[in-house]
Design a protein around this ligand. Sequence first.
Ligand code: GLC
Length: 799
Amino acid sequence: MITNTELEYKGNLFPNQIISHKKEVDKITFYARNNVALQISFLRDSVLRFRYAVEQDFEPDFSYAISEDATYGYNHLEIKELDGHFSMYTSKLEVRVSKSDLRLAILDLDGNILNEDELGFHWEESYEHGGNIVKMSKFSQESESFYGMGDKPSQLNLRGKRIHNWATDQYAFGKDRNPLYKSVPFYIGMHHKTAYGIFFDNTFKTHFDFCNERRNITSFWADGGEMNYYFIYGPSISQVVVGYTDLTGKPELPPLWVLGFHQCKWSYYPESKVKEIANKFRELSIPCDAIYLDIDYMDGFRCFTWNKEYFPEPKRMVEELAEDGFKTVVIIDPGIKIDKKYWVYNEAVENDYFCKRADGPFMKGKVWPGECNFPDYTNPKVREWWAGLFKELIADIGVKGVWNDMNEPAVMEVPGKTFPDDVRHNYDGHHCSHRKAHNIYGMQMARATYEGVKRFSFPKRPFVITRSAYSGAQRYTSSWTGDNVATWEHLWVANVQVQRMAMSGMSFTGSDIGGFAEQPSGELFARWIQLGVFHPFCRVHSSGDHGHQEPWSFDEEVTNITRKFIEIRYQLLPYLYTMFYEYTENGIPMLKSLMYYDQDDLHTHYRNDEFIFGNHILVCPILEPNSKGRRMYIPRGNWYNYWGGEITKGGKECWVEADIDKIPIFIKEGAIIPKYPIQQYVGEKEITELTLEVYYKNGKEESQVFEDAGDGYDYKKGRYSLRTFRLTGKENELIIQQFKEGKYETSYETFKVNLIGLPFKVQSIQLDNVEIPIHEIILNGDTNMTIKKEFTELHIIGL
Ligand code: GLC
């Protein structure tokens, strides 16, 4: 056995023998002879928190990440003192703390090691900054895989990688580039078919090494702050992600239109150009709900102003766009132009709202408007002021959403592309340097923006999108993956990034479809749209200096493919909205990577391309030019090909046809997929019938449909409609039971039921035990019927 003294190398310091411990209600604190303290909090039977202090004093407990709505409470807590260690038990876990050095092992109740310290907690004093570099190293278990970590553009399984979290503006970043725009210091470890999660809630620059430096060791460390991490037990990945999302929070439902298609470019101006784009969508019947104004709508890039030459009457324009179903979204950056004639600047100076350098002057840096100062969004007063600034845009002009950019914060023409470390921040009263506040700057900006947009949109729901984020930002905002490139590699990157964000608690994410930098070929654009409509956030964006990326900018074939796939998205709106509901209600990610979907199947552990959209739709993008199809892995179970209806038995890799107008899409057997008619924008049509595509299964499957007014907060008062369909198929019958919850009355009275894959010919149909003559319900070719929506049981009997 190696002792800690032998391990005191490279200036690292380690805890030594435990000399006392203290138990409070839900906490146990151990004190080592050399004044190191370890506090274990038992938040839930499966969620534990570990904090270390080196001088016995813990920092005041404060976190931007942890949600006020997180669930607490455990069933069981017991502590035992044994020879070499203390053991603590909840109803799910055992934690062992070694008496000689505070090293930990976490086990399930069958005695299997889930996670075990190697060196455990250690630290290095930093003379330069004061404080410590805090470190943790753990043994990685046999064949352990690692997932999570936000927006990192690497293969999903991070084994072998080293990751850095320091929000950075990375124009045209490439595969494996790191750090990127977001900091999500959360990972999922999985071995022996069992998963756990670790959330290192530290906003300093953090680092994670997944068996990169040493083959069997995983470590994480931060350039300051506390060793403060949460352990979330599975055993399923789903339980880990749900547990993490419970801890860091869930968003509210967005307005339904936000799930439609968005068109953006840097920049659409003047007004006539914006109108031309909007009109073209309608002319070509390509559904679209939102149009974006990038920085050129402002007067000299001053936030909260308008360039009156380009946009003489913004209110009128926004209203006219709205009459045609378009919602206007505008960009707002953090840099405030230094200009004594500019009211926003003056208000901030008068009230002392800008960030300052350590020795007093305002933090000054160049962004789009030239030299700027930057609000300190970590100050609650500044957030309140910032929220108030949205009155004119939202309440008066009628803008429906706000796009926060450059909030890493990005600064041009300086090393490091951001603030220097010495900049001071309020940090909600826990004053600190930029080293600590950097990673949450963007999140706090988005939070302040959200509060403003929400205040002035009320009683409607707000929409905010951000580039930078820290864990928990999902409570306030959606996000996109930043300045990608129009290359095939970036299509691959977009696919892994959005999946990774979903398993990192931030489902509401999309990429710049088509690529931001450079110009895609028509084929690449088509392939990107085909993936993008299956991302929770769906927006085309481009830098515009290389050409055009509207659906009609290529050839007619591309326009038609774009229309076809956007139409699929609009048809699937009730399905997408139900996924969103599951995410907001239960923290279930909207996209499920294959290892999430079936962790017991080892084939899934290194897959990247295929994912499950919601619960029942398997999607696999085409990532190479000139493809007529591709090889892909179909997970276990039986799947219907969306295009042809034929059934494939999964658990194997196979070739799937997908010429330029298709991508591989499969529906899980037993699923009931709800569909709306195609609309040019959300609310264009009153929904007079809900289509239910029923995919026969010999067995059972459950599906849900969530609906409400599509906006406003009545759903929180019970005015929603949640239908649960329980399908049971046998050799020659099919039963669908419906359970309904909620007080919302949908506008339609009937379902159009499409029966797919029925292995028998229909002999009779009973609705709530009453036989209905087949001709009355219009059965076309045995597969298609209309029935009243309020049924309890539909029973289809075969010949
Ligand atoms: C940044 C953003 C991009 C935006 C541009 C101009 O590069 O990431 O989306 O279009 O700034 O505002």
